[in-house]
Write a protein that binds this ligand. Structure first.
Ligand SMILES: *Cc1c(COP(=O)(O)O)cnc(C)c1O
Ligand code: SF4
Length: 336
């Protein structure tokens, strides 16, 4: 039977975000037990299919108990299907290795440079390209910031720096401060964008110190969240979004279209509505990057376009995300 999950089943109230990060669930059996699905443990792939389970307890609290199809559970639980070798699904699905210009900097699109600020994430999403990315070599955070910033300084066409990863908010706020001091000294950079899933999966990360840093930052600021389903939101996530907006930051969301998780019109409509209720606008709906181990999440382009059409009929234009795919070598994300 499916029951609503009792509030705060797992996460201690008021804990520091680093503490909550460390206490994430990493054992798939514990996760299954917690959501009342211990009997499914024999369906787990050996060795987590080569990509460790990791999910903060506050995110687990938002899963429905007793539902093996829960859309949050399916995003994080290792599945046997990940072991399937499927043609066309590789380990550098979006050509990132070719676009590398300096240690930790990806400069693919005009005016925008993307800095791999951290290789860590609070959550491991099963569909993510990160399961194959060689972060050891690519992490600008590992003492490489000087070189990365030097690349940005030398190219006056770059007006926007995007912090990505991994999750850039894995870095301590003091580290972010260090980086932004270097950035503020580069006159042609006018915008800082942060791509992060932390306000959704570990909303405690948006604490007072972080808020103060972002408020004082002398740049235009954009935060692009990553949520795929309305159930990822609760009062704590709402509060984190409010704290972000209080700093003068524009808050957007990108989602990935995922089979069995959000590939129907009602679910996508509910996501857009829920985002707006939290003060967030939908930005992109991504077609899955074709990474090895994620083929079972793929939705066909025909179906994706049908869904987009349904959204256009149901929602005001500003709540309809742009449906895109990332194609190696393109000058922008490719609209479908
Ligand atoms: C997605 C991406 C961007 C940002 O693209 P927008 O269309 O501006 O959101 C920038 N650089 C790289 C390498 C990217 O993959
Ligand atoms: S980079 Fe984003 S999608 Fe990938 S595992 Fe981290 S949080 Fe999930």
């Amino acid at each position: 039977m499916i029951t609503a999950s009792p509030a705060a089943r797992l996460s201690p109230p008021g804990a520091d975000w680093r503490e909550l990060w460390r206490s994430a669930v990493t054992d798939p059996r514990e996760l299954l037990e917690t959501v009342g699905l211990g009997h499914l443990a024999d369906r787990l792939p050996p060795d987590d299919a080569g990509f460790a389970l990791r999910v903060p307890r506050g995110f687990v609290d938002r899963m429905r108990v007793g539902d093996p199809q829960d859309p949050l559970l399916l995003q994080v639980l290792p599945q046997l299907a990940e072991l399937d070798q499927v043609t066309g699904f590789g380990t550098d699905a979006v050509g990132d290795m070719a676009a590398r210009t300096a240690q930790g900097v990806l400069h693919k699109y005009q005016g925008r440079a993307l800095l791999i600020a951290s290789g860590s994430c609070a959550v491991n999403c099963r569909y993510c390209f990160r399961r194959h990315f060689p972060y050891g070599e690519e992490m600008a955070a590992a003492g490489q910031w000087r070189k990365a910033l030097e690349h940005v300084r030398q190219d006056a066409s770059i007006s926007e720096l995007i912090l990505s990863g991994g999750d850039p908010l894995a870095l301590a706020t003091a580290k972010l401060e260090e980086l932004s001091q270097g950035l503020a000294a580069i006159p042609h950079v006018t915008r800082l964008r942060i791509h992060t899933r932390l306000p959704v999966v570990l909303p405690e990360r948006i604490d007072e110190a972080f808020q103060n840093w972002l408020t004082r930052l002398p740049l235009q600021k954009v935060v692009v969240l990553h949520a795929n389903h309305a159930n990822e939101f609760d009062a704590k996530v709402d509060a984190a979004c409010t704290r972000l907006r209080e700093t003068g930051t524009t808050v957007l969301n990108q989602a990935v279209l995922l089979r069995g998780i959000n590939d129907d019109a009602e679910t996508l409509e509910a996501l857009s509505e829920r985002l707006f209720a939290a003060g967030v606008l939908p930005y992109y709906l991504h077609q899955l990057d074709r990474v090895q181990g994620a083929a079972h999440f793929e939705v066909s382009d025909e179906r994706a376009l049908e869904l987009l059409d349904a959204l256009r009929r149901r929602l005001p234009g500003y709540l309809v995300p742009k449906l895109v795919r990332e194609v190696g070598g393109d000058a922008s994300k490719r609209p479908l």
